[in-house]
Design a protein around this ligand. Structure first.
Ligand SMILES: [Zn+2]
Length: 181
């Protein structure tokens, strides 16, 4: 946070450039970075590339399956790399839940987001795709798409009352681990 690229509107990709080695390498590097920092999503401006690309995806570790409840299942996010995403909320309903951000380390806050969305984008092969998402996946897609418009999750909070350091989050707010995005 503080780098001007995070506040800029990122440039759309020409679909014919998506298959270029440079873009494919960037997507691979973004997946590596996201996993290295244990994020559930990462947008290109977060690695200082002002392009409309984000990657996302998270599954609980296989060893954790036993303790899985509906909350964990809801936190599963399919692996995706989306280019030039366009979001349409399905219904007006907003839900508040915790978010973090790899560009704002060790801080959590509650952010209202559309519960259900449709996102139209290109995939990494350049194919047009349409995804309907809800719950945590819809939240991650909205958070990452915001990065492409220079918007950070602070900007979406209704109030800063829930702004919390990670230590205090663990102590007072969380009974389960929340992933940084
Ligand atoms: Zn973020």
């Amino acid at each position: 946070m503080g780098h001007p690229v995070l506040r800029a509107r990122a440039r759309a990709l020409d679909p014919s450039d998506i298959k270029s080695p440079a873009v494919q390498r960037l997507i691979d590097d973004m997946f590596d970075t996201m996993r290295e920092y244990q994020g559930v999503g990462l947008a290109a401006p977060q690695v200082h590339e002002s392009l409309r690309i984000f990657v996302a995806g998270f599954a609980p570790a296989p060893g954790d399956e036993d303790e899985e409840d509906e909350g964990d299942a809801d936190r599963r996010v399919p692996v995706m790399a989306l280019i030039n995403p366009e979001i349409t909320p399905v219904a007006g309903e907003l839900v508040e839940d915790w978010e973090g951000c790899l560009s704002i380390p060790d801080i959590r806050g509650k952010v209202p987001r559309a519960k259900q969305i449709v996102v139209r984008a290109h995939d990494r092969r350049g194919k047009r795709i349409e995804i309907r998402a809800s719950g945590f996946t819809a939240r991650v897609i909205q958070h990452e798409t915001d990065h492409l418009d220079g918007v950070l999750f602070f900007d979406r909070m209704k109030s800063f009352e829930t702004l919390t350091f990670l230590d205090e989050f663990g102590r007072y707010w969380s009974r389960e681990e929340v992933e940084a995005e």
